[in-house]
Design a protein around this ligand. Structure first.
Ligand code: GDP
Length: 470
């Protein structure tokens, strides 16, 4: 955790006492309303009556009582008291647990507003925690990741962030760059006392290269994180009637696309996220690619072509019970330089001729990426294993840190760019002060990444993504 109080406008956040409903809107067993700020205890005591005043309650303890609107009882509740700095935000905080009813929570919120609190903005509690030095920006972003985690892998990523591994890694690399800057500064001050000949320059290049490699490895975790979160963009393609929708349904495990015997029924793209063991696919079933005069189907075919361009994995489906046609050849042509699994469907049919298999293998070429399946009978385990193996091998260790979102990726890419530029400046014989400026720049981007050198605008962007009450 970053214990230093952040440089951002701390005064601004200390002024007001804010409140919000922290549990999801709706009916539930209980709801929690959070109040944070200098006057949190005072404001709550104006509407709360219990066996003790909140202002007189010790931190980390609860007090039972009820909320009143003047003399009218609103609800009985438990108030949990946190005293500054030992609270999530670092400020005096009260969490009112009441019955989980929309009417009750709204009423309590309105009373708090009437008695001196103001409504918290999205992510304001976490922002205050950040501004009061309770959380680093990376940890604050972790909170958002944990809230939005939908599966175990996503939680693994969020917890990797929480462990502080990314933060420590960035600090270590930044310090290494600063060490080089310090040496260069000595050179600037006493150029005659130091021997900065070729050896020194080569040594420096190799040190910078090592740091750049480490930054690059960290950058690669971004794709892994994105693939876990959003799934590997996978597109099922093939001419009409080869069994794309049947394959999609077999993969999902239930009927999602319309399966018919009339060619061209899937007219738009059907999308679904599925987990194959540790691998998550973001699967789209596309309209078959073929020449068509039907206006709507034409749009579908266009969308399919687009989907191929952006796919990370293509499942190209062929009907093994028939000879390939020109339409299949067009598809095969469009797959060059793509990650493809050639799926030979309908292998359950009895009359598959050796000639067809020969023709198919001749067209596709010698590759281990050909899999026989029967989508209709749900015989797709060979395909699932293939996909899992393909992406498991590229699974990256995230225990040493992970880049979790676009903002972090952007800052890291820039840091890496400046570092590489510093290296080539050195190799091209530029003066060491130019190298030094580029290294400084790289450090600044790393500091931006971990949130220790950011503008209010960047912080605004980070916290806007949170929900109200967090
Ligand atoms: P799409 O147009 O490529 O999406 O194809 P569909 O999934 O709609 O299937 C077209 C036809 O082929 C349907 O009658 C399916 O029942 C049939 N079909 C799909 N997969 C198989 C399979 O593995 N074996 C057999 N025998 N028929 C299949």
């Amino acid at each position: 955790m970053n214990n230093t109080t952040n440089q951002l406008s701390i005064v601004k956040c200390q002024m007001s006492t804010v409140c919000a409903i922290s549990t999801p809107k709706g009916v539930g067993g209980i709801s929690v309303i959070r109040v944070s700020g200098k006057e949190a205890f005072l404001v709550c005591d104006r509407i709360f009556k219990g066996n003790k005043k909140i202002a007189e309650t010790a931190g980390y303890t609860c007090v039972y009582g009820a909320i009143f609107d003047d003399e009218m009882l609103v609800d009985d509740c438990i108030a949990t008291v946190f005293r500054s700095p030992k609270s999530y935000t670092g400020e005096d905080t009260v969490e009112i647990s009441c019955h989980g009813s929309i009417a009750v929570t709204q009423k309590i919120l309105r009373l708090l507003l009437k008695k001196g609190a103001i409504l918290a903005k999205a992510g304001e509690f976490t922002r205050r925690a950040f501004e009061n030095g309770k959380l680093s920006l990376l940890e604050a972003e972790t909170v958002a990741e944990i809230i939005s985690a939908e599966n175990e892998n996503e939680l693994r990523i969020a917890n990797s962030l929480r462990s502080g591994a990314t933060y420590s890694k960035i600090i270590t690399l930044k310090d290494k760059i600063l060490d080089i800057c310090a040496e260069l500064a000595v050179w600037a001050d006493y150029p005659d006392d130091n021997d900065f000949g070729n050896d020194y320059s080569e040594n420096l290049v190799s040190v910078i290269e090592k740091i750049a490699n480490e930054l690059d490895n960290l950058l690669k975790t971004y794709d892994y994180g994105r693939q876990v979160k959003n799934g590997i963009k996978t597109v099922i393609i093939g001419k009409p009637n080869v069994g794309k929708s049947s394959l999609m349904n077999a993969l999902i495990g239930y009927e999602r696309s319309i399966v018919t015997e009339i060619a061209g029924t899937t007219r738009d793209i059907v999308e679904e996220k599925i987990n194959l063991g540790p691998v998550t696919l973001n699967l789209s079933d596309t309209a078959g690619i073929r020449q068509t005069y039907d206006k709507i189907e034409k749009i579908g075919v266009e969308l399919s072509r687009n989907a191929i361009d952006h796919a990370e994995l293509i499942l190209a489906v062929f009907d093994i019970s028939k000879f390939l046609t020109d339409e299949d050849f067009v598809i095969l042509d469009s797959l060059k330089n793509k990650k493809v699994i050639y799926v030979l469907n309908k292998s359950d049919l009895k009359n598959i001729s050796k000639e067809v298999i020969k023709q198919v293998k001749k067209q596709i070429g010698e590759t281990s990426d050909i899999i026989n399946i029967s989508a209709k009978n749900g015989e797709i385990s060979a395909l699932c294993e293939k996909i899992t193996k393909m992406f498991e091998t590229s699974k990256i260790s995230i225990e040493g840190g992970i880049i979790a979102n676009e903002r972090q990726k952007e800052a890291l890419s820039r840091a890496l760019c400046s570092l590489i530029e510093a290296k080539s400046s050195l190799q091209n014989g530029f003066t060491l002060d130019i190298v030094s400026v580029l290294l400084d720049e790289s450090c600044d981007f790393l500091l931006e990444l971990i949130g220790e050198k950011i503008t209010d605008e960047v912080a605004d962007r980070v916290f806007q993504k949170f929900c109200v009450g967090k």
